[in-house]
Design a protein around this ligand. Structure first.
Ligand SMILES: [Zn+2]
Length: 586
């Protein structure tokens, strides 16, 4: 059913994974064993997903019996899927134990040298298992259709601390983890570094490098209020604790919703809590995505479209309706740009990813087009009924994985499916005619001010920019014609010091404009930005913009030669494709 897994959960279904692993920074590998427990098998072979793993041995055992050697074969490596591992089972086997070592190029693992951390003293390791990278650090049935509980014993060099998406117990050089709620393997996460912890509330807190800790705790102060807001709307938080981990700036994503322990980029720490929609988003995944999970990566919009909808409902509860409307308006504009950029098949909500890397499906489409579908359903049924439906959906499929078809038939049964053309929404490219608009009065004003400045009716000094939030800034800059002549760029920079913007979102937008217009003073800030930040949302558009001209391409190649080493393998793959760097493999 899942085109991105070799595994055979229909015959043998893994229920629990037990990891026992050494973290070896010098060799950049994890080494140890994974013990997988399963139900009574319907077949004598357990098929697992792996990528780049060296398998030393396999053993089998009954539920509580002694270990015996098991025969195994490792298949050929496929560029997207990795290699299948066949383990032959003896009668009565309910567990297999596999001794293995990861490869130094494992796609889930980023090994950072001390210089790439905030503290500069110790190395750092973190994992990114979504979509199909868990298989590069453990043999597993690596499909979101299979959920497992897990425990782990992780040994690290002193004084480093290991954290995971689980209950944690720390010791000196050995850390113990236990995850009682079943999760798909893409939500198993590990990070190791010189980490410290600060509490935010009774059930929430933040882990970060010591130097970042105080700033992080200040930025995330509204986390408890956000948890309370989602619970009022959609039912109890079911994962015990909700902690955040601030990663070094190479983290390729904004956030990753690892249960109990959201991973976030430090680029969202702006000092003024203006980018905390990211926390709302990752927290919302505790319901949409982690509690109810897309069964395959073709159903990814079930995770992300629902989560963007929930995210904006949280923002409305905590910060008011204007803020939520501004975020929706910016999202809608970005979606329209993305739809213009992507080939039509990639603008479909229910994607066909057979033969493709599921990371290819990670565009704005599942997020923002999915959000618009839920807004459309809200408009048809009314908010009260739609909220009650969402609560019942999370309850009905709790700790399960669902397909798009299962969602549609559940909705048809419990809410009625008339008023919406499913085919148009789910399988047609672009935006359906009944996609709701996303107006924002605040942003319309900004748009008028931008136009008035451009045609000379309003001097910059009269624009009320000192009271603007990041949303107004982004909208103002995106309302400018592209490219904006360098003289006009100079005027904006002189008035607002945009080349020195402390907010990463604003600086990124400004640098994009600088590349388009060839505005030299800001281009000098481009290299430090691209070397220090590996977040794919920022990195990809800048390289894409650079390669449009021959000089830009040269500049991109020169910067990338210095920046590549600092990027996570997922971001490296993205930029390699833009610059057409030949693949080096695992
Ligand atoms: Zn998400």
């Amino acid at each position: 059913m899942d085109p991105h897994s070799y595994s055979n959960p229909g015959e043998v279904r893994v229920r629990h994974i037990s990891l026992d692993v050494d973290v070896r920074f010098e060799a950049r590998v994890l080494e140890g064993s994974a013990t997988l427990s399963f139900d009574a098998p319907q077949d004598d072979t357990l098929v697992l997903d792996t990528r780049g793993l060296v398998i030393h041995a396999a053993e089998g055992a009954s539920a509580d019996g002694a270990w015996h050697p098991a025969n195994f074969e490792l298949g050929a490596e496929d560029g997207i899927l990795g290699a299948p591992l066949w383990v032959h089972l003896a009668a009565g086997d309910r567990r297999v134990r596999i001794a293995y070592t990861t490869s130094p190029g494992a796609t889930a693992l980023q090994w950072l040298a001390p210089a790439q951390t905030a503290g500069k003293q110790h190395p750092f390791l973190y994992t990114q298992s979504q979509a199909i990278h868990a298989r590069s650090w453990m043999p597993a049935q690596d499909t979101p259709a299979v959920r497992v509980t897990y425990d782990a014993r992780i040994r690290t060099p002193l004084p480093l601390v290991a954290v995971m998406s689980a209950e944690m117990r720390h010791g000196a050089g050995e850390h113990h983890f236990h995850m009682p709620q079943p999760v798909p393997t893409y939500l198993i996460a590990l990070a190791v570094g010189d980490l410290a912890f600060a509490p935010l509330g009774a059930r929430s807190g933040v882990y970060a490098e010591r130097l970042m800790l105080a700033r992080a705790a200040h930025e995330f102060a509204d986390t408890e209020a956000m948890i309370a807001a989602v619970e009022r709307l959609y039912g109890p938080y079911r994962w015990g604790r909700y902690d955040l981990l601030v990663l070094p700036p190479s983290f390729p994503f904004g956030g990753m919703e690892n249960p109990r322990l959201t991973f976030v980029t430090p680029t969202m720490i702006a000092g003024d809590r203006s980018l905390v929609s990211l926390v709302a988003h990752e927290l919302a995944h505790s319901w949409s995505g982690n509690l109810v999970t897309n069964a395959t990566w073709e159903d990814f919009w079930l995770n992300e479209g629902f989560t963007v909808y929930l995210e904006r409902r949280i923002l409305e509860e905590v910060y008011g309706a204007d803020r939520a409307r501004m975020e929706a308006c910016l999202g809608r504009r970005e979606l329209e740009r993305e739809l213009g950029r992507l080939p039509p098949p990639d603008t479909v909500l229910h994607l066909d990813l057979k033969g493709r890397d599921p990371d290819d499906g990670c565009t704005l489409v599942p997020y923002e087009k999915g959000f618009l579908l839920l807004k459309r359903l809200e408009a048809i049924h009314g908010r009260t009924r739609f909220d009650a439906f969402l609560r019942s959906y999370f309850e009905a499929f709790v700790f399960q994985s669902v397909t798009t078809n299962e969602f549609v038939s559940y909705l048809s049964k419990h809410l009625a499916s008339d008023g919406i053309c499913w085919e148009e929404w789910l399988t047609a490219p672009g935006l359906p005619a009944d996609a709701p608009g996303a107006p924002s009065e605040g942003l319309s004003q900004v748009e008028e001010q931008a136009a008035a400045w451009l045609d000379g009716r309003l001097p910059l000094a009269e624009i009320p920019a000192s009271s603007w939030t990041v949303h107004e800034w982004l909208h103002f800059l995106r309302s400018m014609p592209q490219p904006l002549p360098p003289g006009r760029m100079q005027e904006l920079d002189g008035a607002f010091f945009l080349t020195r913007a402390g907010n990463a979102e604003v600086l990124h937008q400004w640098l994009l404009m600088a590349v388009r217009s060839g505005y030299q003073p800001a281009l000098a800030a481009l290299e430090p930005f691209l070397i220090s930040v590996g977040r794919r949302k920022f990195v990809r558009p800048l390289y894409e913009e650079l390669v449009r001209t021959p000089e830009g391409r040269d500049l991109a190649a020169a910067i990338y030669a210095r920046a590549r080493e600092g990027y996570h393998p997922i971001a490296q793959a993205t930029v390699d494709a833009i610059l057409k760097v030949p693949a080096t493999g695992c």
